[in-house]
Design a protein around this ligand. Structure first.
Ligand SMILES: Cc1cc2nc3c(=O)[nH]c(=O)nc-3n(C[C@H](O)[C@H](O)[C@H](O)COP(=O)(O)OP(=O)(O)OC[C@H]3O[C@@H](n4cnc5c(N)ncnc54)[C@H](O)[C@@H]3O)c2cc1C
Ligand code: FES
Length: 276
C-alpha cells in the first residue's frame, strides 16, 4: 500500500558545514540505493532517529549525480536542532524528493529574478547553480538576498564568489546596520524595486517569510510582471509529505503535493489563510 512511501532511506551524514549561528548544511550519502534525481525546489522528509521528521528543501547542486543529498537546516525546534547539529558519521532517514519544483527549464530564454529572504536562499541555491550551468539559456540573471544581519547570510563564500561573477547580478541587503557592513540596509523589496525589468520576459522566484514574498510579488506586479510569471515556495507543517494526512492543507491545496512551488496567481488568495 503506502508502506514504501513512508519508509525513510538510511543516509549517513558525510559532511557538515556550519552556515550561521543557527543554521548548517549537511551532505547525506545513501547507505543503500540513492533517491531519485531531484528538481530544484523539491523537498525531502528528513528524519532524526528518535526525535522526529520534518520537511527540508534540497539546497545542493541539481547536476550532482552521485546520489548525495545536500540540505540546509535552521535550528528552530527539537527536530531541526537534531538535524542541523547532526555530526558526520551519524545516520538520518530521508524520504523523497517530493513536491513541485521551480521549473527552471520553462524559463529558458527569459530573464530570471531570484529573491531570497533568510533561509529562503537554501531552496533557491539550486536555481542559481542550475542557471549558471546553462548560462547561455537565460537573459539577465539577478539574485537579491536579504538577511537580518551580515552574519545571517547562508553560503557566505559562495555568495562572495557569485557577487564577483559577471554572469550574475547580485544584490545583498541586511535588515539593520551592522559593524563592518558597507552594503545596503533595508528589505529585499528596495533593490527589487530599483531593477529596470523587462516585465514581459521576466520570471521571478521568491522564497522566504510570507510577508517578504507578498511584498516582493507586489513590487514585481507593479513593474508589470504577471502573477503567473512569479513563483513562490509555500511553507506549511508537513507530516506525511505525500498527500495522505491533510496536515499541510492550504485552501484547496495540499502543499506537499500541489506545492511547495506554485505561481503567485494561485498563492495570492491563499497567503492570507493562517496556518492551522
Ligand atoms: C516544503 C518545505 C521546505 C522547507 N525547507 C526548509 C529548509 O530548507 N530549511 C529549513 O531550515 N527549514 C525548512 N522548512 C521548515 C522546516 O520544516 C521547519 O522549520 C521545521 O518543521 C521545524 O520543525 P521543528 O520540529 O524543529 O520545530 P518546531 O518544534 O515545530 O518549532 C519550534 C518553534 O519554531 C517555530 N518555527 C517552526 N518553523 C519555523 C521556521 N521555518 N522559521 C521560524 N520559526 C519556525 C515554531 O513556531 C515553534 O515556535 C521547510 C518546510 C517546508 C514545508
Ligand atoms: S503533509 Fe500530509 S497531506 Fe501534505
Amino acid at each position: 500500500m503506502t508502506g514504501d512511501l513512508m519508509l525513510p532511506a538510511r543516509h549517513r551524514v558525510s559532511h557538515r558545514w556550519p552556515e550561521t549561528a543557527d543554521c548548517a548544511t549537511i551532505r547525506l550519502e545513501p547507505l543503500r540505493d540513492p533517491l531519485p534525481a531531484f528538481a530544484p525546489g523539491q523537498f525531502t522528509m528528513l528524519y532524526a532517529p528518535g526525535v522526529g521528521e520534518v520537511a527540508i528543501s534540497i539546497s545542493g547542486d541539481p547536476s550532482t549525480v552521485d546520489g548525495t543529498v545536500v540540505q540546509t537546516i535552521r535550528n528552530v525546534g527539537a527536530v531541526s536542532r537534531a538535524l542541523s547539529q547532526a555530526r558526520p558519521g551519524s545516520v538520518l532517514g530521508v524520504r523523497g524528493p517530493y513536491g513541485t519544483g521551480w521549473d527552471l527549464d520553462s524559463a529558458a530564454g527569459r530573464d530570471l529574478v531570484i529573491v531570497a529572504g533568510g533561509v529562503g536562499l537554501a531552496p533557491l541555491r539550486p536555481i542559481v547553480l542550475g542557471a549558471l550551468a546553462r548560462r547561455a539559456a537565460y537573459g539577465r540573471v539577478v539574485l537579491i538576498a536579504g538577511a537580518r544581519t551580515p552574519a545571517d547570510f547562508l553560503f557566505g563564500d559562495q555568495l562572495t564568489g557569485w557577487a564577483g561573477n559577471p554572469d550574475l547580478e547580485v544584490h545583498l541587503t541586511v535588515d539593520r546596520p551592522a559593524a563592518g557592513w558597507s552594503g545596503p540596509v533595508g528589505f529585499v523589496t528596495e533593490p527589487l524595486a530599483s531593477l529596470d525589468l523587462d516585465p514581459a520576459r521576466t520570471t521571478a522566484f521568491l522564497c522566504g517569510p510570507e510577508p517578504m514574498m507578498r511584498f516582493s510579488a507586489r513590487v514585481l506586479q507593479r513593474a508589470g510582471v504577471a502573477a503567473t510569471d512569479i513563483r513562490v515556495s509555500l511553507e506549511r507543517n508537513m507530516k506525511c509529505g505525500v498527500a495522505l494526512c491533510g496536515h499541510c492543507q492550504l485552501g484547496e491545496l495540499l502543499v506537499c503535493r500541489d506545492g511547495p512551488v506554485v505561481d503567485y496567481s494561485v498563492a495570492e488568495p491563499l497567503l492570507t489563510v493562517p496556518e492551522l
